[in-house]
Ligand binder design. Structure first.
Ligand SMILES: NC(=O)c1ccc[n+]([C@@H]2O[C@H](COP(=O)([O-])OP(=O)(O)OC[C@H]3O[C@@H](n4cnc5c(N)ncnc54)[C@H](O)[C@@H]3O)[C@@H](O)[C@H]2O)c1
Length: 269
């Protein structure tokens, strides 16, 4: 684990650590290793598994339950976090995604639109809602950093990613639109990281994930970026070394997004 105390003295809130495979789990550990103090949060249902409590104990981080579709829960979360951490929040990671249509195997041309509402609410609107609460309650520190995790299906077609592609397109748009307002008001930056396929609960829920994972692994000159790599990238974006980076969708994918053809794929049987 790299350690440079890049986040010494900073306070953060990390959404979405469900279990040891979660990208947010790795980000939380790396942020603390880099000197930050944090609170952890997840949906009430995720609390029942108990693994997040274990992480909380390991990192000396309070775990606060919040459903990201509830502004009331989010208001309570940020208020409590400020109390526990002893001041305004320097960085926030939004690492939340869920699609009922994907989970229940609905094809893109036969989606249940009630479920689609839920997908967009949980996976994209929650990012806007979270930022709106932070913005209106003055919970963010000046010069802070807000990040969410996206996927290249927002720009290119990956048929099995289904409606999550549309949710990610909306998520990335929120980063740009809210990034403007947060920049003007408080010098806070807002970005999304477009991450390689990563073996996690949410990732593995996508049909054909293993093929998708190995295709990207072969296609990318550096191979797929791991969850640990993603955690290091998040730390750099929470740190003072990236103060002028905002309203961007940043590819963290071993070069995948710039590739057209890789002969290594063509030579496969
Ligand atoms: N795994 C991949 O291949 C991959 C690639 C690119 C981007 N991402 C994105 O990374 C993020 C994290 O996913 P992950 O792969 O670590 O999987 P994960 O399943 O570990 O994380 C998803 C999290 O969302 C939380 N969540 C769901 N509904 C919620 C709600 N209503 N309120 C609060 N939290 C809620 C879950 O409890 C879980 O902790 C997601 O946005 C995902 O789309 C994942």
């Amino acid at each position: 684990m790299i350690q440079h105390q890049l986040l010494a003295g900073k306070r953060g809130v990390i959404f979405g650590a469900l279990d040891e495979s979660s990208i947010a789990w790795h980000v939380a550990k790396q942020c603390v290793a880099e000197g930050a103090t944090i609170t952890l949060t997840n949906a009430p249902v995720a609390m029942r598994f108990g693994t997040i409590q274990k992480l909380g104990e390991e990192l000396n981080a309070e775990v606060i339950s919040a459903d990201a579709t509830s502004a009331e829960d989010l208001t309570n979360l940020f208020q409590k976090s400020i109390e526990v951490l002893g001041g305004p929040i320097d960085f926030v990671l939004h690492s939340i995604g869920m699609s009922l249509n994907v989970r229940k195997g609905k094809t893109y041309t036969d989606l249940n639109h009630e479920w689609m509402h839920k997908t967009l609410d949980i996976s994209a609107m929650s990012f806007h809602r979270m930022m709106q609460v932070l913005f209106n309650t003055e919970a963010m520190a000046d010069g802070g950093s807000i990040l969410s995790l996206s996927y290249i299906a927002a720009q290119r077609v990956f048929p099995d990613y289904s409606e999550m592609a549309d949710a990610k397109a909306l998520l990335e748009s929120f980063a740009r639109s809210f990034g403007y307002h947060f920049g003007i008001k408080k010098g806070v930056r807002v970005n999304t990281i477009s991450q390689s396929p990563t073996r996690t609960t949410a990732g593995s829920g996508v049909k054909g994930f293993d093929d998708f994972f190995s295709y990207a692994e072969t296609m990318s000159p550096l191979g797929n970026a791991s969850a640990e790599d993603c955690a290091n990238y998040c730390v750099s974006l929470f740190s003072d070394y990236t103060k002028a980076v905002t309203m961007q969708n940043l590819y963290h994918d071993g070069g995948f997004s710039s590739m057209g053809v890789n002969p290594a794929i063509l030579s496969q049987e």
